[in-house]
Design a protein around this ligand. Sequence first.
Ligand code: 5GP
Length: 139
Amino acid sequence: MTAYDPDNIFAKILRGEIPSTRVYEDDETLAFMDIMPRSDGHLLVIPKTPCRNLLDASPEQLASVMTTVQKLARAVVKAFDADGVTVQQFNEAAGGQEVFHLHFHILPRYEGVSVRPPGNMGDFDLIAEHAEKIKGALG
Ligand code: 5GP
């Protein structure tokens, strides 16, 4: 497998070199809003330490990330009064991965409502508003 690239976009977000809308962080993990949200409240959870994806992650990285994924999944359901939540994770280009730092997508879902198509930039003010709602639901 290709080596981890320390200049991938999420590594830059972790180092604060490019802006992001953060909603939660602890010593091991960071949660921030996706800039192309496929549903309102779409966010990403990443480990703070480097790994490309599920295939090279350590058990410790996975354990801490999944704990944060559950925390944020519960928070988005509460914040958006969602009927459910989709958690997505892609591995390598052939598996649909575009950014090569392990990340989990969290998307609030509603009965009978499809997610929006990929690749559409979100409205920054609206994303910031949604981030505040999620922060408010973190207990
Ligand atoms: P994946 O690698 O899981 O296929 O997709 C990467 C995800 O990262 C996409 O949902 C995309 O919208 C998101 N993304 C790409 N670049 C940025 C960025 O600079 N900031 C944020 N917050 N999200 C990004």
